[in-house]
Design a protein around this ligand. Structure first.
Ligand SMILES: Nc1nc2c(c(=O)[nH]1)N[C@H]1C(S)=C(S)[C@@H](COP(=O)(O)O)O[C@H]1N2
Ligand SMILES: [Mo]
Length: 432
């Protein structure tokens, strides 16, 4: 009797099998506090509850008809990107819009919440007019209409995209009390579908002597970056779709360059031109910016691969947690070098570490979610996570990372992120 009173009420608490397997999971993952775990508090409702028996008001009348394009629940309206513009009067489109990583679970970033980094706004490109040109050191210079480009065979892969300026806000002398998303939200993870760049380069008959190519965007910033041919022929793609639908305008509609694992800036959006060359072009975007300032003040050019990194998103700055209760420490980890193989979590400022469980699809150059059950008993505790990738690279401490660079360095901060859970349960951004 699937619709009986009892089975309905049951829905309010985990099914017995779920509860049992969850307890087993908690035992097996070795709770970090070492304390015996009580059941999850906060399960509401009892069989006597009137609403649970009678049904809520939304069961008494027909619901609404779906719109053409679905939207999140009206109760989730407060979840959104945070936009920060440097010079609103001069270049209102130049700035960032950060993914609220503290509000998300799983691994895929909803397309409408993918972070945006624009140097001069999002252009409104008409695909009937837009062209992609491949020229330079090729036998056959080609100009693709979008109709032609969208007919090429595609591949589908899940990759993260991270701005090399991500976590730059955690380099201030004092830790800022702003959300994980505002601190570290220039990271998103999508399923991308597009044409392998190698296929288009073959089509143009690329000169084997070409060592680099220049990629140019069709926005008013005229973003241009030099890309080594090795990468272009490896896993680079011209992305056309994002999470199953055509790219969002903010992500480069109708075509963008995607260089898996490499710094966001090189993933040129609104791609209009690829010129094959026998060396880097040294464009404005790779000389005036996106260089690493070393301790002696010299700038190191062309750091492409993004470092191994993790961020605890739950709990994180801005929330208040309750004591004597089960909490899940959860976060995201990724590496430009390949797969994440391990994420360790410490709840005592880095003295003791426990391996977190890795969830989600375990893909190279893609976000994986880590989780560890934890019971908090009301004392101040400092939470850290440390990721390792398949190349054996380990996420550095903040101190070790800082020691590599000049104080002016703002890019590629992949150092360990630290949150303090204070005695009142509030969670603060701290530097270990
Ligand atoms: N044409 C063009 N491409 C661009 C940019 C831009 O401003 N114009 N910004 C770059 C930077 S700095 C980053 S971090 C990524 C951001 O991609 P997203 O906005 O899709 O997240 O795009 C890169 N590609
Ligand atoms: Mo960026």
């Amino acid at each position: 009797m699937p619709h009986s009173h009892r089975s309905r009420v049951r829905k309010e608490s985990p099914a017995p099998e779920d509860a049992a397997s969850r307890r087993g999971f908690l035992r097996n993952t070795a709770a970090i506090a070492g304390a015996a775990l009580s059941g999850a508090a906060g399960v509401v409702g009892s069989p006597e509850s009137h609403a649970a028996v009678q049904g809520e008001r939304w069961q008494k009348a027909p619901g609404t008809v779906p719109g053409a394009y679905g939207q999140p629940s009206e109760f989730e309206k407060k979840i959104g990107r945070v936009g920060i513009t440097g010079y609103p009067d001069v270049t209102p489109g130049a700035g960032v819009s950060l993914t609220p990583i503290q509000s998300l679970r799983g691994t895929i970033t909803p397309s409408g919440l993918h972070f945006v980094r624009n140097h001069n706004g999002t252009p409104a490109i008409d695909p009937a007019v837009h062209r992609l040109m491949i020229h330079g050191m090729v036998q056959r210079p080609l100009i693709f209409s979008m109709d032609a480009l969208y007919r090429y065979p595609t591949i589908t892969r899940t990759y993260f995209l991270e701005c090399s300026g991500n976590s730059g806000r955690n380099l201030t002398p004092e830790p800022q009390q702003i959300s994980a998303g505002i601190l570290h939200g220039l990271i998103s993870n999508s399923e991308w579908t597009g044409v392998p760049l190698s296929l288009l380069l073959e089509e143009a008959g690329y000169d084997r002597a070409a060592t680099w190519l220049l990629a140019e965007g069709a926005d008013a910033a005229n973003m241009t970056r030099s890309v080594p041919m090795e990468k272009a022929l490896d896993d680079a793609m011209v992305a056309l779709y994002q999470n199953g639908e055509r790219l969002r305008p903010e992500q480069g509609y109708p075509a963008r360059l995607l260089l898996p694992g490499w710094e966001g800036n090189m993933n040129v959006k609104w791609l209009r031109r690829l010129k094959l060359t026998n060396g880097p072009t040294h464009t404005k975007d790779e000389t005036s910016k996106y260089t690493d300032v070393l301790p002696d003040g010299k700038a190191l050019q062309f750091t492409f691969e993004m470092g191994v990194k993790s961020v605890i998103t739950h709990p994180s700055q801005g929330v208040t947690i309750e004591p004597h209760m089960y909490h899940e420490i959860s976060g995201i980890a990724w590496s430009g070098a390949g797969r994440i193989t391990r994420v360790e979590v410490s709840a005592d400022g880095g003295v003791n570490w426990k391996d977190a469980t890795l969830h989600g699809q375990h893909l190279p150059k893609s976000v994986v979610r880590f989780q560890l059950p934890w019971e908090w008993h009301g004392t101040r505790q400092v939470l850290l996570s440390r990721a390792t990738d398949e190349k054996g690279r380990v996420q550095p401490t903040r101190q070790a990372w800082l020691a590599q660079y000049h104080a002016d360095m703002r890019y590629h901060n992949h150092s360990i992120v630290t949150w303090a859970v204070e005695e009142d349960g509030s969670v603060r951004n701290v530097y270990a």
